[in-house]
Design a protein around this ligand. Structure first.
Ligand SMILES: [Zn+2]
Length: 138
């Protein structure tokens, strides 16, 4: 499905057009999740029912969150967002351990968490309560 992500706070875009594949679909190739590699090329991403790509990791308690989340390339979000100060701690990049670290550049709503450290893939995990995906291929 093809569409664009918007901020629920102000209605402004937080990505350009993205081709999203659902991980519920068994025919979809799993993301590689290699360390220091983008989870998806720019302009593409995944819909997941997990808050974290690592079901045993820090956000395990949220793994059954009924809201779907999206896994994007952080570079698709950066033109529309600002970092949240104090939540960008990491080793070589951003670990993402301090909760959402990107906010909407226009209204400040927390839109998701970037992980881009030496021991993580390069990934942006959406904060589903504050974003919406608008399909353009329906
Ligand atoms: Zn906003």
């Amino acid at each position: 499905m093809r569409g664009q992500f918007f901020c629920k706070g102000c209605g402004g875009p937080i990505t350009g057009v993205i081709e999203v594949e659902s991980l519920k679909d068994p025919s979809v190739k799993r993301p590689s999740l290699k360390l220091q590699q983008p989870v998806a090329p720019c302009g593409s991403g995944y819909k997941s029912r997990y808050k974290s790509y690592d079901p045993g990791g820090w956000s395990k308690q949220k793994a059954t969150d009924p809201e779907p989340t999206y896994w994007l390339n952080p570079d698709d979000v950066k033109p529309y967002s600002k970092y949240i100060k104090g939540r960008c701690i990491g080793c070589c990049g951003i670990a993402g351990l301090d909760g959402p670290n990107h906010q909407c550049a226009k209204c400040g709503a927390e839109i998701g968490t970037e992980e881009s450290d030496c021991y993580t893939p390069y990934i942006f995990i959406t904060e589903s309560r504050n974003i919406e995906f608008e399909r353009e291929d329906r």
